[in-house]
Design a protein around this ligand. Structure first.
Ligand code: RAM
Length: 360
């Protein structure tokens, strides 16, 4: 837009200055590309309107770490179902491997398709940042869920539980199972995964406490959230570490593969295995005695909450600032905490007594 200032500067009255200001404001427009975008975590100054209704027809996309991970499939399907509830259209797209840069081209496509919100479980907290910032610059809302990006690359992070609680409780679980003594190891997802790396930091910190002085973390290996690779890493670990007493696998793919290997090996009943798994994948290994206890949250609720959070952002109900509240359908009202984080709730511990009450 060009605005011509024909009158000599000294002749401009206050009235004409205000008229010009009005014209400029009117030409400002409210398209997705305009400067009104990029609020909250993206550094802007949009204001929340808690009473704004959820817009109809919102286009929402879920971008998981990888599409062939049963846990993420449950999660994304629940988010897609939630979008139906609030009158939006949601889909899942994503790579078949969880490598650091595998999500970048998907983000670029979703931006070109002008989605209202992109939800991402990040394979790497930084590799996805450039394209996500471009998305926010076009007023596309970005919500990380399950595995966070760097904080300035998204508007909100929907966390399954307190990361600290998840990490520290894994040490308690393994300690109880090995009697507080001996070598332990971690079988993780990918080396870049934000969520696993955060939990592992808290595990290491927890191990410094005097009550865990009998435990020694001797190795951390990576199965890349690939079933076969996780299976082989378990085998390799057990061969290389004959004194190993326990394995923590804080990934649903890793723990299921490790349980399958251990249940058919001489290590069954000798090496403890715990971590984060889905009850449906772990049931047979709890029943055959390979695994005594493990933990998880309900991935359906996580997907549902993330979907509502994205819709609330895209409708202007919230901007991502601490203290703002939004309604997450059947999960009720939720409040945004520090660093744009919303927490689902405490994880559940599963064992032979309760596992049959869960179906996911
Ligand atoms: C795997 C993924 C996911 C993690 C769960 C526990 O499915 O790594 O990101 O949250 O495990």
């Amino acid at each position: 837009m060009t605005v011509r200032l024909r009158a000599p500067r000294r002749l401009m009255t206050m009235a004409s200055i205000s008229a010009l200001a009005l014209t400029l404001a009117a030409c400002g427009g409210t398209t997705k590309d305009s400067a009104e975008s990029g609020d909250a975590a993206a550094g802007g100054n949009a204001t929340a309107n808690p009473n704004a209704p959820i817009k109809k027809g919102l286009k929402i996309a879920f971008l998981p770490k990888q599409v062939n991970n049963p846990y993420l499939t449950i999660l994304d399907n629940a988010g897609i179902a939630a979008a139906k509830e609030y009158g939006g259209e949601a889909k899942e797209v994503g790579p078949s491997d969880a490598s650091a840069s595998s999500q970048v081209s998907y983000i670029n496509t979703l931006v070109q398709q002008r989605h209202d919100a992109i939800l991402i479980s990040a394979n790497d907290e930084n590799a996805v940042c450039g394209p996500l910032k471009q998305a926010m610059g076009k007023n596309i809302k970005v919500v990380s869920y399950d595995s966070d990006t760097a904080k300035d690359c998204r508007n909100l992070f929907i966390n399954q539980a307190s990361s600290e609680e998840i990490g520290r409780s894994q040490i308690k679980l393994i300690s109880d199972q090995v009697g507080g003594k001996g070598e332990i190891a971690i079988l993780s997802a990918t080396a870049n995964a934000t969520n696993q790396n955060t939990w592992i930091e808290f595990m290491k910190d927890e191990l410094k406490k005097p009550e865990y002085s009998g435990l020694k973390l001797v190795d951390t290996v990576y199965g890349d959230d690939d079933d076969q690779k996780s299976f082989q890493q378990t085998q390799g670990l057990l061969q290389a570490r004959p004194n190993l007493k326990g394995i923590i696998s804080p990934t649903t793919v890793g723990i299921a593969a490790a349980a399958r290997y251990i249940s058919g090996s001489k290590y069954k009943g000798k090496v403890a295995l715990t971590g984060l798994g889905t009850p449906n994948q772990m049931r047979q290994f709890v029943k055959d005695g390979t695994v005594k206890q493990f933990a998880l949250w309900d991935p359906k609720n996580l997907g549902y909450l993330a979907s509502y959070a994205a819709a609330s952002l895209a409708s202007g109900q919230i901007t991502g600032a601490q203290g703002e509240k939004f309604k997450a359908g059947k999960l009720g009202e939720r409040t945004i905490g520090a660093n744009g984080e919303v927490i689902l709730g405490p994880p559940t511990v599963f064992d032979a007594k309760n596992i049959d009450q869960y179906n996911f």
